[in-house]
Design a protein around this ligand. Sequence first.
Ligand SMILES: [Zn+2]
Length: 645
Amino acid sequence: MNALQNHLKNMHLGGAVGNILTQNEKNWVQKVLTDDPGLFDGFANPEDDSIFKTMWHGEFPGKLLTGIAQSYLLNNDPETKLTGDAFAEKLKAVQQPDGYLGPWKTDVRYEADAAAGSLGKWDTWGQYHCIYGLYRWYQVTGNRSAFETAKRALDNIYDHFIDGGISIAAQNWAECNLAIGHAFALFYEETGDNRYLDAAKRIVDNDWNDEYPDFYSKKTLCCGWLNAALEGRAYYESGQPRWEGLYALETLASLYRITGETKYFQALESLWNGMCKNDRHNTGSFGTGEGATGDPYGAGSETCNTVAWMAFSTEYLKISRDPRVADELELSFFNAALGSLLEGERNFTYMNDSDGSREPALKVLEPHSYKGARDMSCCQANGNRGLSQIAEWALLSDNDSLYLNYYGACELETTVRGGYKMTIKQTTDYPRSGAIKISISTDCPEEVTLFFRIPSWSDNTLLTLNGGLNGGQVTVLDGLNGGQGTVLDGLNGGQVTVLDANGDQVNGWQVKAAPGSYYVVKRVWNRDDEIDLTLDMSPHFWIMDKGNTSKLSVYYGPLLLAFRAVNSINKSTRFDIEEFRGMVCRDGDGLVNFTAPSITGKDVILTDYYTAGKSGDAYVSWVNFKSDELIVHSDKSECPIWCDR
Ligand SMILES: [Zn+2]
């Protein structure tokens, strides 16, 4: 099955967003080995009882290295390369002779302590993150030693669980430990070794259904995700709806790529849509607390939830090629992921509330940490991965086609048709405005098809090639009905080839592109070709559909707006929707800033969600509106719930 791939070399990320991510890379990623010198102590001395370890202790280096690999794609910063190479060296150095890559004593490794009656722990979960991080680092930089370290660790797990006939669930905490199936599937794709494919299949077909005592519910249960999905149950209705399970679910995407078996795709489609409908919050975060509950209005999501949701969504996007999935990734990035980063661009939060205030994981999750690695917690180790995830979905490839998903100031470098260079430069202050100039440069002499994501929320989108008409030859306004020449399925996302009367490619046209689609342009790209993409930034809304509440979320493009409940503004301040519709951008400290008067006449400043909460101030993003207003067209069957106008 032909899935999209990520061949991005460098994003050259710029603009306000690039500045935030670069600061995080410099202030946190590049300094983590200095700030947390004890990061690998538990791995190097697994028999040493004096080192404090949470059950998820083994995940920290792997989560960090995955973020480092993605961060390296943002700007190819040599310091980040040094940091990632140092991580790979450290992990190689602390690997045990048999390949074991975790922090646990020999006599409690894997399922040994669970078999002896204790709770067990997250052993193959921690190793999964290390293996995945090393593998991604190898893919991004070619560091072969990183790949070999990862492979030795995976082989050790194979020998123990697969050759040994032991269920991964025998360790308990199966929702975490089953993630290792994803690593087996990836290593089959990398090596073609059938042992790995057999392992991935066994884990999904059998181990997912093996029962274990669940810590949270105090019941014996099985995850049963595949069966639940095929029966049409949402993730929150499955045996185990915690966020950790989303890494195991990524195995489904790999198995569908490998085998083409429709059950894997059907399960993915059912799970992703069920999560989006029932558990995606207004910030783009996933789940309430630490898992899916079926309530999109629940209070707060853990940062780790959103990171897992974005990783899972990226894999589903590659399989489904559904632009709505990229819309969701954009929503999650600009709000929940950015919003997990606090002022100073170093520390991340644990909980991301729609309304509330933010505290650093460094404080809230301090009990995860230990001497020599005081920063370590699940969320602090994971936060950068959430931010830098854009490098995994910004631009996806399928040989002669490129899918442009990320909009913002950057210059995306990639290859097409087996090696020709292609750069896509975006000159824009998006998401502050919807005007994006896209300059294409390539040495490819053949046709390349570009898929431009037209967001679901952009009702009126114009796409203009080379300034529009070139000599007045052809006008294409709505695809099928447009102008002379050959125009195939313009508005609905088919390919567009505009030819003049002589059959030559026409160098200039303008189209109106439909929301929630990819607009497809197939052409031999000239060195100086430019596309002007103009997105519709008029505000859109999500009306809370819960009880008698009169609350809504206001969006400007992909940005959720929020106000700080300070300076004599009550959290329950009410607004008139028409005031939001008339908002005008103003200066301020946010990525965007607006003023809207409340119904009591107070001018309230709204900013993007990230800015509203980054300093720890109380903020509100579900705002009250006059309940007798009416108003917003809501058609949930056609567009995502947050795109109403
Ligand atoms: Zn966490």
